[in-house]
Design a protein around this ligand. Sequence first.
Ligand code: COI
Length: 354
Amino acid sequence: MDLEIIKTDCPKDLPSEHPLPFGKYFTDYMFEMDYTAGTGWHDARILPYGPLSLDPSCMVFHYAQEIFEGLKAYRHGDGSVWLFRPEDNFKRLNNSALRMSMPEVDIDFCLSALKKLVSMDSRWVPEEENASLYIRPFMIATDCALGVHASATYRLCIIMSPSGSYYKNGITPIRIGIEERDVRAVRGGTGGAKCGGNYGGSIRASEKAKLDRCDQVLWLDGVERKYIEEVGSMNIMFKIGDKLVTPELSGSVLPGITRDSILRIASSWGIPVEERKVSVDEIVAGIASGHVSEVWGTGTAAVVSPVGELFYEGKVLTVGDGSIGQLTSRLYDELTGIQWGTKPDSFGWMTAVK
Ligand code: COI
């Protein structure tokens, strides 16, 4: 498929706000391509960033047939620009597409279009410490129809935002509220797919958690409300004794690419890694006894985020002394070192943009 390029004649000023906030500013360009059943994907184009014009009856507005991804481009010390595991994001997009009855994309084509997009917008890849270019591919159902069925037409877009830390205080430990009323996903549901509906349904609990000064919500399983699943925008990990323990991918947990990277880094250091059911009772008792000594989240936006406190049944549980644990900090340094090119990329995760 050809890639049409439409150049802008009014490039924007780069943001003057520092540190950069997360997801507030957008680059000069975006990528779009359309899908029609029977024809496949067509009309791939890079064009000036701007509003979409969609019919109000478009199916995405009514039945949330929508999926998305999140990945980042990093500027290295020599000025070069790199993507972290981009093929894995497009593979996960295709898995989400299957769950939501949406069309898969050609991964090689999307990757080359993404590289072109990032190179056209390369001045937007921040030089600021701890900042990167956050990339958001998303696919929407565009049929104009009110019946509930799979759309016959779709649009894939990629937009990009120069961004700093997801949490406004950077790598300072956060407080997470364990949600006792709402659930995020159930077995057989869409929890393992990256679809907007999973996040829309989470907002009521996040807003409630803020009243308890929590930064995010920790979800329990939707059946017994006993096992830990994931946090609002990241997977969760624990240091239990000398092991790294994280909830298994049960189908209702998002298969995080940062999650996988951290598990592989930890295993390569000889740290025993367990992916299994983790009950909230085990964590509450373990924090009290000191057996659970570190808690952190992993995600593209969140990177590796230390959790200093959990809030559960009206009580604050402080993890260790509430500060960043040694393992959390070592994992953060290793992952971000690979991403920013200050440590060797021994897993072959980085892809050069030009
Ligand atoms: C990401 O980490 O890239 C995500 O998509 C999480 C999002 C809710 C900010």
